[in-house]
Design a protein around this ligand. Structure first.
Ligand code: B1M
Length: 235
């Protein structure tokens, strides 16, 4: 997959869909941002749904990177290039996934927790939430509890979303939620958590309102929980 010049000869637009998806995944693996952007654009020209391009080509490609990173075949510098290529493709999809003509469905503050710099999944959640009509304030990576609380105070969202990709940073979510309880503000917000190493059990254990498996689930969960909340308020 990693012959640097292998791509020079490939005319992406001449490939059938399945081979193009495979090629985009290879290019993502090799950190070839321009090629990933080009492939993404071609699939869109072929009338692929933006969400399918995202899931099948980009997220699919990143899963392969994840496996080889885990197995010591890829290292941080290479994975950074892959992440950069992924972001290139995501930037093309962003306006399409974020298209929404509805009035704001609600407001969310989201960030990746302290000690953690992974942001691709969080960025996807942001994009899909915006596509679902939510206003999203993205605090970025490596966020302390204090930063989260300052943003809650400033933006008064309905939802706090936290992302963690490392087993070592997941526990910080509990710290944030415990601190919210301590300050008497826990019930003022719907708290959603997500990230590859989390699961339902963890979400419950840390006192979140829900664990969200992926970006699409986050949108559905946010809508459901907001509706329940509004029903409670209106009796
Ligand atoms: Co990192 N990394 N990484 N990494 N990295 C993982 C997470 C790892 C599983 C790789 C592996 O070993 N297989 C492993 C963690 C192991 C563990 O904790 N047990 C790992 C490691 C070890 C590390 C370092 C420690 C490596 C090192 O330095 N030795 C280091 C840590 C740095 C730090 O954070 N302090 C590190 C660094 C990096 C890079 C910087 C190179 C890069 C990040 C670039 C970036 O994000 N800008 C990177 C990457 C890219 C990965 C993998 C390969 C891919 C993550 C990703 O973007 N996935 C990852 C392997 C993997 O996860 N399989 C890995 C694609 C993304 C779309 O999925 O993020 O799961 P995901 O998001 C999904 C859902 O989880 C959910 O929705 C998203 C969209 O559907 N979701 C939410 C996520 N957040 C949500 C928040 C919500 C709701 C849903 O809020 C409501």
């Amino acid at each position: 997959m990693s012959d640097e010049n292998a791509n020079d000869d490939i005319d992406l637009s001449a490939l059938p869909d399945d081979e193009l998806v495979e090629q985009i995944q290879d290019d993502l693996y090799d950190g070839l941002r321009d090629e990933v952007i080009e492939g993404t654009e071609i699939l869109l020209e072929r009338k692929w749904k933006p969400s399918d391009v995202l899931t099948e080509a980009l997220v699919g490609g990143m899963s392969i990177v994840g496996v080889d990173f885990r197995d010591g075949i890829l290292f941080v510098p290479e994975v950074l290039l892959s992440a950069n290529a992924m972001k290139g493709g995501m930037a093309i999809l962003k306006p399409l996934l974020s298209e929404s003509d509805s009035v704001s469905a609600g407001k969310m503050v989201i960030g990746t927790v302290k000690g953690d710099i992974h942001d691709i999944g969080k960025n996807l959640v942001k994009m899909m939430m915006e596509g679902g009509g939510f206003e999203v304030i993205d605090l970025g990576i490596n966020q302390t509890a204090e930063n989260f609380f300052a943003a809650l105070e400033e933006h008064k969202p309905d939802i706090l979303g936290m992302s963690a990709l490392l087993t070592t940073t997941m526990p910080y979510m509990k710290f944030v939620i415990d601190e919210m309880v301590e300050r008497g503000i826990r019930d003022d917000y719907i708290v959603l958590v997500g990230g590859a190493p989390l699961n339902q059990e963890f979400g419950e254990a840390v006192g979140a309102d829900a664990y969200c498996r992926d970006a699409a689930t986050t949108v559905d969960t946010a809508k459901e929980l907001l509706e329940l909340r509004q029903q409670k308020v209106t009796g």
